[in-house]
Design a protein around this ligand. Sequence first.
Ligand code: HEM
Length: 369
Amino acid sequence: MMKPPVSEITARTESQGFYPNWMKTLALEKTAAWIKKIEVAGDTCAWHRIVGCALLVLVVLLFLSGAFLAFYYSPVPGAAYDSVDFTLFNAPFGSIIKGVHHYAWNILLILAIFHLARTFIAGAYRKPRQLTWVSGVIILVVLPLFIITGDLLPWDQKGYWSTQVRLSIIASVPFIGDMTVDLLRGGPLTGIVALTRFYVLHILFLPGLLIVLLAAHFHFIAQHGLAERVLARPAAVNRIPFWPRVIKRWLILFIFSVALIALVSWYWPPPLGDPADPTDSTYIPKPEWWVLFLNQLVAIFRGKWAIVGTTVIPGFLAALLVTLPYLDRSSGSRLSQRKGVIIFAGVLATVIIVLSMMGYLEHFGLPHA
Ligand code: HEM
């Protein structure tokens, strides 16, 4: 191949400056200028959209508190429990930071369901925002994987035995169940290999995946904009600068949330049960609130029907959520124009709530007066 003449190379280099353009865009100055130019809808992080912004606050809080916990944590069965115990009772602000990790996760899941319900009622999943919705549904499926991997880490009775139950449910999934359990556990028993794998998934792979999914979610939001409000109000047509207006709103929410969750953690420190005893198979773990309806399905469909509760119904619900924007082709913005889909979702939500209540009564009994 012939080399271009020296004069041409000099001309090209001069037109681009000393660095090629792609390197320049990485430079701080360029990035700052780029951020300053970003404009977003005037109601970004406003009251009626506060939940989406609060979700991002909670994700950041979980990452920060998780980094602190990792500083003291030791992923070895003989030492994991003691390291968590040390963090909780001896590390500076340990119980508050562990509490923030514990409560932020629970609030995150509640708000994610709330966010899904709001965007559903607003009809925000329909054209052109189908991919914003689909990326949200994938995030919702990934979130429980954090608790499934995180529960084992303290190596206490509840985490250890809940993991055994979950692994047996995963194993019952046809075709991929046994393989997934082998991959997660790395052997016939839940020991050091399993703990290492759960830890790496919890602090490395899943956060990485969540960051990619959130980036996709925000990319689709930026590309296709936000839907109008269902309750009639003049649409927020004005645009505002992302920096500093939205960042300011977000930071106020962040500081308020940290203060509130830290206060709750201080009053009600997060739980830590007895150390795990793998020989004590009499221990029966109580299911978490978000999994009660799935537990109930597993209890209803037994024996040769077990697959219906563990795979068919959960798989059908996930597929329904993902394909919703492609199934509902309605275009009206008023709720009365989408009666069919709203009634169907209402019935489904009622069934899930009733199953969860049945599960609650079965595992926890009636609340004491
Ligand atoms: C950690 C998880 C999530 C974060 C941080 C997040 C964040 C956000 C933010 C900041 C917005 C813009 C403001 C708003 O409308 O609230 C938004 C919009 C949206 N999100 Fe999410 N989201 C998450 C999960 C989900 C889930 C689970 C779904 C549903 C399956 C979803 C579906 C949507 C849709 C459809 C919009 C557009 C709303 C509109 O146009 O009015 N997101 N999200």
